[in-house]
Design a protein around this ligand. Structure first.
Ligand SMILES: [Zn+2]
Ligand SMILES: [Zn+2]
Length: 280
């Protein structure tokens, strides 16, 4: 059933930490984390960094009336575009927001609705959460949960990040995409649970924010490297590797160099760029 369904992946925001607007970063792009997945009439969005603003414009332009937003974690670079996602302010739009692991994480954040409603309310945003126009359904699922959105099968996994983050695997028919950000790794080791999780995926989107030198200086910051991405890609026999969550200090020339190096070790690696579309 549904064998052969294609997944359209659009990279709306590929930076980590904060947006980057300088001209020599424009080719890779400056928006923070947001990637959409489209299959049939399903529109899934990973994270609500500033990239989601452009995704929202596209959604409205095409007259779509519903979407599902999957949140990895609520650090600012993953939610800072959310208030400006225009469908949020459209009364005939239906938005389902799903977060994995938030309820159980250190500090008891109180779940996705509680967390977002604090960020999207005065004094941080002029419109109170309960006056946001669109129909909203907020769902918290535990780490490691498996669930379905229509005919899409989704699994989650806890990642190694300060305060926690969740990875997602979306499967439809014989196709899959894995979204793995933000996460650190142990040098010289492979996370076998992660290798299993991403096994033979068609597209692995992976946090490659750091060079090896930057990782060595900041091993507890919760980010990884292109070198680790390549090691995982090989171990898990994945097809395409998208390097993602780029360091806002890495300009286009620097990223081109990273892509060349990564491709020497894994030919189907590429630097995810804002506006890039991949059909999986
Ligand atoms: Zn991040
Ligand atoms: Zn983070």
């Amino acid at each position: 059933m549904h064998k052969g369904d294609a997944i359209k992946v659009t990279f709306w925001g590929v930076r980590g930490s904060y947006p980057q607007c300088k001209t020599d970063y424009a080719k890779v792009g400056g928006h923070t984390s947001c990637v959409s997945l489209e299959v049939d009439d399903q529109y899934l969005i990973f994270d609500a960094g500033t990239g989601i603003i452009d995704a929202g414009d596209e959604v409205l332009k095409r007259g779509l009336k519903k979407a599902t937003l999957l949140i990895s974690h609520v650090h600012a670079d993953h939610i800072s575009g959310f208030a400006f996602f225009k469908p949020l302010h459209s009364s005939d739009f239906d938005l389902t927001i799903i977060a994995s692991g938030l309820l159980s994480r250190e500090g008891d954040l109180g779940g996705i609705e509680s967390t977002l409603s604090k960020a999207i309310s005065p004094p941080y945003f002029p419109v109170p959460w309960n006056q946001i126009a669109c129909k909203r359904t907020c769902i918290d699922v535990p780490t490691g949960a498996q669930f379905s959105v229509n005919h899409l099968k989704i699994t989650t996994m806890a990642l190694d990040h300060p305060g926690g983050s969740s990875g997602y695997r979306v499967e439809v028919g014989d196709k899959s995409v894995c979204y793995i950000t933000d996460t650190a790794h142990i040098p010289g080791e492979l996370n076998h649970e992660l290798v299993e999780f991403i096994q033979r995926t068609d597209l692995l989107i992976y946090d490659a924010a750091f060079t090896e030198e930057e990782f060595a200086a900041k091993p507890t910051w919760g980010h990884s490297t292109w070198n680790q991405a390549v090691a995982l890609a090989k171990a898990a026999a994945i097809r395409d590797l998208a390097l993602f969550h780029h360091n806002p200090d890495h300009d286009d020339a620097f990223m081109a160099d990273i892509e060349t190096q990564a491709q020497e070790h894994f030919s189907r690696a590429f630097v995810a760029c804002q506006g890039m579309i991949r059909i999986v």
